[in-house]
Write a protein that binds this ligand. Structure first.
Ligand code: SAH
Length: 499
């Protein structure tokens, strides 16, 4: 006998009848007020014993709940493995498939819940009851007033609200409660204080609108924080988990205009998003606007995520933004992103380094400060050079590279990689000699970059043509659950060839 049961028997709490089962036990051993019919039956004999089947059948006929150990087909109910924390109860059943497993799942669920959740449930319950009682009392008072009026007496002078107002306030308070139960992170809910509760109740009786927003009450407890996060080259699958988490945790997201729609699509609907209004001639103003919005958010206690394309510290003014917020007392957490400088070549089939071909990678800007032309890097046969922000002045860039001073040979392989990792990715493989003609003829598809060096023809080449164009992105095919693992099929040639 289970020691718990033995203990109860010992203490006289449970009566142990030391004899065999009799059919009439089911209708005679129960409580008096139900004329002796028993409340429930547990059979520990197991499913193989014919007596178990017999008892189970009898119980079902009498509508008595019955449970036979290890025989789900003989049970009319199964036991829950339960987790109890004050008024909160979580029950798990595997419908008789395995009680050990149920207990394991119950433990995992319980471990994932915040520790004070039971208390929070108690508090929220109290709050709900108070709202209900106050509303109910108000309703009764209103009915009394109405009766007095009907009886020809003067209306009570302190009747401040009309039934419509009261109705609306009532709806609002309950909705507020529903909102916080729905939207507050569980951990925050678990930490709800009496003060929170009275703040909510007060704000409604005084009908102060400021208190109506659950987020606003939440904010009072928080200090603003800012995360400067890289969002990768464009494909949402290239976000880091850290950036994704930051996106989900944000109250306000300030994004670069380069952050593409599929990444923005990951932002929860409730989160405010602002996209920089950067266009030629407005860059400084747009940047200033963005920083100010960030600051306002921080002062209001929000979690602000500054979402930047690629890696935040590669040509993204990331460090300037870090400095700005730090000077205001909010040093950002900085999360790296996959930079286009290294991933665009990769998705174009260009290994940025390769034994015996390229032993270094140089990442440059094609545009200097205030639009000035930057110094081109010197020719070095074993270097791969990646130029960001250079395609709009490609002719000047290539001109300066091939001029006597920098001395890059015109037959150096190069590639234009545009919208890397996006569905409309495009790669133009060519040489410094033809790259300008190719770009002119094919047109541009920003954002894009230029890769220069022997590495450009290690895996793919223009096959003796002046240039070839490859359209479309397949780099992550075969990773998803929906696609087949067609990894072996990737060794295909260029999609289209021209010139
Ligand atoms: N911080 C970013 C770069 C910002 S500068 C990063 O780490 O990727 C912006 C330049 O990045 C663009 O002018 C372009 O040259 C390059 N770029 C950004 N995304 C790109 C993409 N998906 N494909 C090709 N080039 C890209």
């Amino acid at each position: 006998m289970h020691y718990g049961l033995a203990k109860r028997v010992g203490e006289g709490e449970v009566e142990w009848l030391r004899r065999g089962f009799r059919d009439e036990d089911l209708t005679s051993l129960g409580r008096e007020d139900v004329e002796g019919v028993v409340d429930a039956v547990f059979v520990t004999l197991g499913g193989k014993d014919p007596l178990s089947t017999h008892i189970s059948t009898l119980c079902r006929r009498l509508r008595i709940p019955v449970n036979v150990a290890d025989a789900p087909n003989l049970c009319s109910f199964t036991l829950l493995s339960t987790h109890t924390d004050g008024p909160l109860q979580v029950g798990v059943t595997t419908s008789g498939k395995g009680c050990k497993l149920a207990s394991r799942i119950r433990r995992e669920i319980a471990a994932s819940l915040p520790s004070e959740l039971g208390q929070a449930v108690e508090r929220l319950g109290t709050m709900r009851r108070r709202i209900w009682e106050e509303d109910h009392a108000a309703e009764l008072a209103m009915d009394l007033d109405a009766e007095e009026e009907d009886a020809g007496q003067s209306a009570a002078f302190n009747k401040l609200v009309t039934p419509e107002d009261a109705e609306a306030a009532r709806g609002r308070r309950m909705r507020w409660l529903a909102q916080i139960c729905e939207y507050w992170p569980l951990r925050r809910l678990a930490g709800i204080t009496d003060e929170d509760v009275s703040a909510v109740l007060r704000s409604y009786t005084a009908s102060e609108r400021s208190g109506l927003d659950p987020a606003a009450v939440d904010m009072r407890h928080r200090r603003g924080r800012i995360i400067l996060a890289g969002s990768g080259p464009g494909n949402p699958d290239l976000l880091t988990r850290a950036t994704h988490k930051a996106i989900l945790a944000a109250d306000l997201i300030l994004a670069d205009k380069l952050v593409p729609a599929p990444v923005l699509d990951l932002i929860p609907r409730r989160t405010a998003v602002y996209i920089a209004r950067k266009f030629p001639g407005n860059a400084e103003k747009a940047q200033e606007e963005l920083l100010q919005m960030g600051l306002e958010g921080l002062r209001a206690g929000k979690t602000v995520v500054r979402l930047k394309q690629g890696d935040p510290y590669i040509y993204g003014r990331g460090a300037e933004e870090f400095d700005f917020f730090r000077a205001q007392g909010y040093a950002p957490v900085v999360l790296p992103g996959i930079t286009s400088a290294l991933s665009a070549p990769l998705f174009a089939g260009i290994p940025a380094t390769h034994r015996s071909v390229a032993d270094q990678v140089l990442v440059c800007t094609g545009t200097g400060r205030a639009g000035a032309a930057p110094d081109p890097p010197q020719y070095r046969a074993a270097s791969t050079v990646v130029f960001l922000m250079g395609l709009h002045r490609l002719a000047d860039l290539v001109g300066s590279l091939t001029a006597a001073k920098a001395a890059w040979p015109v037959d150096t392989p190069c590639a234009i990689v545009e919208r890397a990792s996006c569905p409309d990715q495009r790669v133009v493989r060519t040489t410094l000699e033809y790259v300008c003609a190719a770009f002119e003829e094919e047109g541009s598809r920003p954002p894009g970059l230029l890769v220069v060096g022997k590495a450009c023809e290690v895996l793919w080449s223009a096959g003796g043509q002046k240039w070839v164009v490859e359209d479309g992105f397949k780099g992550l095919d075969g990773l998803g659950v929906e696609g087949d693992l067609g990894l072996l099929q990737e060794a295909e040639g260029p999609v289209t060839a021209t010139a």
